[in-house]
Design a binder for this molecule. Structure first.
Ligand code: ADP
Ligand code: MG
Length: 375
């Protein structure tokens, strides 16, 4: 097991086209790190540079106490698991799993013990004599993960390992991966474009966009204190709602006047923070679907009422997602089943303003919270 440290790592494929820029990260021994971001943001390239499958243009990569920029992939002692399983079709499951150990000349007896132990842990002991063609997608992926595990590497690198599985199996394997990490405690770097996978698996999440790290934080921190508009919109489902507008003085305090002409009162402390400092600057108010209510239930909270037309009402049984078309665009609200809203009719939603986020309309930075990369 090992720490992995990246210092200002860059990757240029074609002249002046940065696929990854100034990537700095200190991964702790045993940590489960997830790289998340939209397609093309540089997740796989970063992982492949760590694996040694892609040359590092500039910067430093440390694995343990060794500078590894120029180390061969085999010398780095890392196991990689890909989206498309990479099993040898002509070999049995047993031989697939044993392969990496046999080429390292590990004694046969020890190989047998490690294959059986790992197969047991992954619930695939009964499949050892089968060929990959006779396995389901989930079983193939388990074999691929098994092969990675039994090498006992310094770290696991996984690139969208669950993307080829159907939704139910993906959830199941996600839980298995989490408990496996719990058992083995091996440093893991996991790449996904799926924010739910990132949130449920990670000790810390690295959010990337266009080759740049946006924020590194625990799932809870990321959810509660997104450093900019991109992170705020990317993490959470349904996404955070955004309303553009300006802060204005209102009576003794301040209010947020939206571009759609709605006046949303601000709690006293928040009003003091924003006004007059941000007077006349365009801001974006962000509010998560669960902070919109069908009824203003608590009298110790300040709610701002927003009116609109219900465009859709998705019932999930234990909750419903309401979509409300307002003068500021569509808002999504996660409400309790007895919400009373009816499609195509008008409705009022109540925003819990204590939980609102505010972003600078130009820089898109969170103005109440700034994250710094101290890696
Ligand atoms: N071998 C390559 N040659 C040229 N450009 C590449 C190559 N691999 C990736 N890229 C580019 O680098 C950027 C990041 O790609 P990638 O790391 O695969 O993104 P992600 O895994 O986040 O979807 C993209 O713009 C992609 O087109
Ligand atoms: Mg990728």
């Amino acid at each position: 097991m090992a720490e992995i440290v990246l210092k200002d790592v860059c990757k240029v494929f074609e002249k002046d086209q940065y696929a990854v820029s100034n990537f700095s990260l200190h991964i702790r021994d045993g940590e489960f790190i997830v790289f998340v971001g939209p397609s093309g943001c540089g997740k796989s390239t970063t992982l492949r540079m760590i694996a040694g499958l892609e040359e590092i243009t500039s910067g430093e990569l440390w694995i343990g106490d060794r500078l590894c920029n120029y180390a061969e992939p085999g010398e780095r002692d890392l196991s990689m698991v890909f989206q498309n399983y990479a099993l040898y079709p002509q070999m049995s499951v047993y031989d697939n799993m044993a392969f990496s150990l046999s080429i390292r000349k590990v004694p046969k007896q020890e190989i047998r013990q490690r294959v059986h132990e790992t197969a047991e842990m992954l619930g695939i002991s009964n499949l050892l004599s089968r060929r990959p063609a006779a396995l389901s997608g989930g079983q193939k992926q388990r074999v691929a993960i098994g092969s990675a595990i039994l090498r006992k590497p310094k770290a696991f690198l996984m690139d969208e390992p669950l993307s080829n599985l159907d939704a139910k199996l993906r959830t199941h394997m996600r839980v298995e991966l989490a408990s496996l990490h719990h058992k083995l405690g091996t440093t893991t770097i996991y790449v996904t474009h799926d924010q739910t996978e990132a949130m449920t698996l990670a000790d810390r999440i690295v959010v990337m966009k266009a080759g740049y790290i946006q924020q590194v934080a625990t799932p809870v921190e990321l959810y509660n204190r997104p450093t900019n508009l991109f992170v705020a919109g990317f993490i959470g489902s349904p996404s955070m709602n955004f309303l553009r507008g300006k802060v204005k003085k209102a009576g003794d305090g301040a209010a947020f006047l939206t571009e759609g002409g709605q006046v949303l009162p601000l709690p006293a402390a928040l009003g003091k923070t924003l006004w007059p400092q941000y007077d006349n600057r365009t801001l974006v108010l962000g509010i998560r679907p669960e902070d919109l209510y069908a009824f203003p239930a608590r009298n110790d909270r300040l709610y701002a009422a927003v009116q609109g037309t219900v465009t859709a009402c998705e019932s999930l049984g234990h909750e419903a997602i309401l979509h409300l078309e307002t003068s500021d665009g569509e808002l999504a609200a996660r409400v309790e089943p007895g919400h009373g809203a009816v499609e195509d009719r008008s409705a009022t939603l109540f925003l819990d303003m204590e939980n609102a986020h505010f972003f600078d309309g130009e820089t898109e930075q969170n103005i109440l919270y700034q994250w710094r990369n101290d890696a």
